[in-house]
Design a protein around this ligand. Structure first.
Ligand code: GCB
Length: 592
């Protein structure tokens, strides 16, 4: 035993069998409208700073009373400290604030008798970043990516009565991940979205994608479904009088196009329809809006009408909850966007909670959704590409029935290298393959020497996002006007970011950089300069709320990026808020 233990200690590959990407988009099951059992609540918790848990096989420890254990042990998965799920450990105890590494979560799963005619699936809404799943000591798979849901089938692994579920979550930033080591948002760790258990019949609806066919005629609804264990399904949209069988091929896939004239979804009229799919004993349902988004030259058309995107960027960040999202927080976010006269939000820089897009569907906001291909990630690494692409597909599968989502963004401010071009072009193509009904974008580059928009990626996406900080990182405001004149993008441009920090606390400055007055001036100049540019079809300044980040430590920032139009309390509006609100009110009135 001692020899084995020694060998394990020296064996750098001890964790290799666990580092597969086995829990990827292909294991997802469509879960909308399904009954579910919440596994939120208190879980046993232990940080594993030295990463010894895998070597010591913490996952294989049997539940037994302390006095019965035959060997000494270093972790108490069945007793000991507990934390609530969902949560970010940084927000729970000061000693965990800067902790980066592995932590183990354990909880019982009480099943009663196992019904052999059912299947069981575990769904984790999100865990930052890498999550290994164990059930009763057996390894069931690993997921990479901190913001998308993943699922694992438990059927066959569960036993009657009490079972033990363990999640090992690691939030270490590394160069080959997506994002990599360097970001401008906080590296919250842990299981921070809902954990749920689903029970289905043997026949299983894997996927349902319903949308209006984007042919400019608004008269055809298309449904694509994927089912296991049936050769036919039934699609119903009762309010449109649709109730139709759908033939499935040998692989369980089926596609149908149906003539229909739904009332079109738009921010002004966010109409949603009940959609139901039945296959054998399995049922799912969703609430779906039908609308068309497309570009025509340098315009963006929603349902055939040109559109200006009056937006704001948002992070998922809360002073006390971290990345844990509550209904009230999302409702407040949309209420503030409404007050700014927005019709659009950029959900930066990673997939936000899925409830955000549902709410946008209900309230009538358009969304840009994004994966964290941020700055200089390891573009030449095929494993990094697989990770990014998987996160993209997981996001698309999760949200592609949401009418509010109009743009899939494949990255943000990435250096223009050949490797990056191949990588991001691949992602843009994947987005179209999984969802041809939406636009692709990315925050692209400006050539500062030539003062014009110049990015090879622009040829491969529908909308050119531009982050520009004239008046902040770039001093010479005249250059922005020059870029406007010198560029001829031939596609719609959205100013995906612009802004300036303002510290409005009692110790904040009165004038110059970091003052509220300076931020206001930047907004006024930005609006005046961008307004005459015809190809600029929208903007989402940076950002709605101040947010926490490790890298910002000067005397005014103190661990926060303060470019918010509202302070970190999510209540105190800065002066620039009303400047942007007034501009958007004018644009809205012009568009009507
Ligand atoms: C950017 C980044 C964003 C940063 C922002 C800033 O260009 O896209 O993530 O937070 O600038 O404040 O510097």
């Amino acid at each position: 035993l001692a020899e084995n233990a020694l060998q394990a200690l020296h064996d750098e590959d001890y964790d290799r069998p666990f580092n597969t990407q086995a829990l990827n988009h292909s294991t997802l099951v469509f879960t909308r409208g399904r009954p579910r059992i919440s596994l939120n609540g208190d879980w046993n918790f232990c940080v594993d700073l030295l990463d010894t848990g895998l070597r010591q096989k913490w996952f294989a420890m049997l539940p037994m009373a302390a006095e019965e254990r035959p060997e000494p042990w270093d972790y108490d998965p069945y007793e000991g400290e507990t934390v609530p799920v969902p949560s970010n450990w940084q927000m729970l105890k000061e000693k965990w604030y800067f902790f980066e590494g592995s932590a183990w979560y354990t909880r019982p799963l009480d099943m009663g008798a196992i019904n052999p005619d059912t299947r069981k699936f575990l769904r984790v809404g999100a865990a930052q970043y890498d999550c290994k799943v164990f059930l009763n000591g057996a390894f069931l798979g690993n997921h990479y990516g901190g913001s998308t849901p993943f699922m694992v089938e438990l059927t066959g692994h569960l036993k009657p009565g009490r079972n033990w579920l363990m999640l090992m979550v690691n939030n270490t930033r590394t160069l080959d991940r997506v994002p990599m080591r360097n970001t401008d948002w906080f590296n919250y760790g842990g299981v921070y979205r809902e954990v749920e258990l689903f029970e289905t019949p043997k026949t299983l609806i894997r996927d349902l994608f319903v949308h209006l066919v984007p042919d400019g005629r608004f008269g055809t609804i298309r449904a694509e479904v994927e089912v296991e264990g049936a050769d036919t399904a039934r699609l119903e949209i009762p309010a449109l009088g649709i109730d139709t069988p759908l033939a499935l091929d040998a692989s369980g896939r089926g596609v149908i196009e149906i003539a229909a004239k739904p009332a079109l979804w738009s921010p002004e009229s966010p109409v949603l329809y009940d959609v139901r799919l039945t296959a054998g004993a399995d049922h799912v349902r969703d609430r779906v809006g039908f609308r068309e988004i497309r570009t025509v030259g340098d315009e963006i058309h929603l349902n055939g009408t040109p559109l200006f995107l009056r937006g704001i960027s948002v992070h998922e960040d809360d002073r006390t909850l971290g990345k844990v999202m509550r209904e009230e927080d999302l409702a407040r976010r949309f209420a503030h966007a409404r007050e700014l006269n927005c019709n659009y939000l950029r959900l930066a820089h990673y997939p936000h909670h899925e409830r955000a897009a549902e709410m946008a569907d209900e309230l009538g906001f358009l969304l840009w959704e994004e994966i964290p291909v941020y700055w200089a990630i390891d573009f030449a690494n095929p494993a990094t590409y697989r990770d990014a692409e998987n996160q993209l597909i997981e996001l698309i599968k999760r949200d592609r029935n949401r009418a509010s989502v109009i743009i899939w963004s494949v990255g943000n401010e990435n250096p223009d290298t050949d490797a990056r071009l191949a990588f991001m072009r691949g992602l843009a193509e994947t987005a179209k393959a999984y969802d041809p009904t939406r636009l692709t974008s990315a925050a692209c580059l400006v050539n500062h020497a030539r003062t014009c928009i110049e990015d090879r990626l622009a040829d491969h996406i529908d909308v050119i996002g531009i982050n520009e900080y004239y008046g902040w990182y770039e001093e010479n405001f005249e250059d922005l006007a020059a870029i406007g004149r010198n560029s001829n993008p031939g596609k719609p441009v959205v100013i995906s970011e612009t802004g300036a920090d303002a510290d409005i606390s009692a110790t904040g400055p009165r004038r110059a950089l970091f003052s509220e007055a300076y931020q206001t001036e930047v907004y006024e100049k930005q609006i005046a300069t961008l307004r005459p540019l015809d190809y600029v079809k929208g903007m989402s300044p940076w950002i709605l709320y101040d947010f926490r980040v490790e890298r910002r430590q000067n005397v005014f920032q103190k661990g926060f990026n303060k470019k918010g139009l509202i302070a970190g309390d999510k209540a105190t509006r800065k002066e620039a808020f009303s400047v942007l609100a007034a501009y958007y009110a004018e644009r809205r009135d012009e568009d009507q």
